[in-house]
Write a protein that binds this ligand. Structure first.
Ligand code: ZN
Length: 165
């Protein structure tokens, strides 16, 4: 297995650079020009799928609404429904293409709950493999990413483009 360090995650975890200076990473606007550099994999009408650039494991995706909001109760019915549909799509694609043995799916609401970007809610989909946590106590928040981010992006982008939503 090819292994690659993700040392950039360290500064992220220390809270130094979790959002670009220009603002919220989830406020992406309508232009698709920067979708690749942002890691956007699929745009829906109300929400979209974006790859986590500081992944917990390889293939760590997030689903988030276009609207900048922090309260889950403020989601419209349409937003909530599409977030759920995108979640199911992510789970299928990750299952088909990365063959994980399990998933963690959830939201961290508020900084106290571990939300890196608390102001714009997002749903994490983290594929898991048995033994993928073994390194964590040793390296203390630096995780080993077995596949380069861009390689994973290309692989998943192809998968998203081939599947009907
Ligand atoms: Zn935002």
């Amino acid at each position: 297995m090819k292994q690659l360090w993700a040392p950039w995650r360290m500064s992220y975890l220390r809270g130094e650079s979790h959002a670009p200076e220009s603002g919220c990473i989830f406020c992406v606007g309508n232009s698709t020009e920067e979708d690749r550099s942002r890691g956007i994999l699929r745009r829906g009408e109300h929400a979209f799928v974006i790859m986590n650039k500081y992944p917990y494991t390889n293939g760590h995706l997030m689903v988030t609404p276009y609207r900048h909001l922090s309260e889950i109760g403020d989601l419209t019915h349409e937003e909530g429904l599409e977030i759920h549909r995108l979640l199911v799509l992510c789970r299928k694609i990750l299952g088909d293409h990365l063959s994980p043995q399990g998933f963690n799916i959830g939201m961290n609401l508020g900084e106290a709950a571990g939300a890196g970007i608390a102001d714009h809610i997002h749903l994490h989909i983290v594929p898991r493999w048995c033994g993928d946590t073994n390194f964590m106590p040793v390296f203390n928040d630096i995780r080993i990413i077995p596949q380069h981010l861009e390689e994973t992006y290309d692989q998943l982008l192809r998968a998203f483009s081939e599947i009907k939503f």
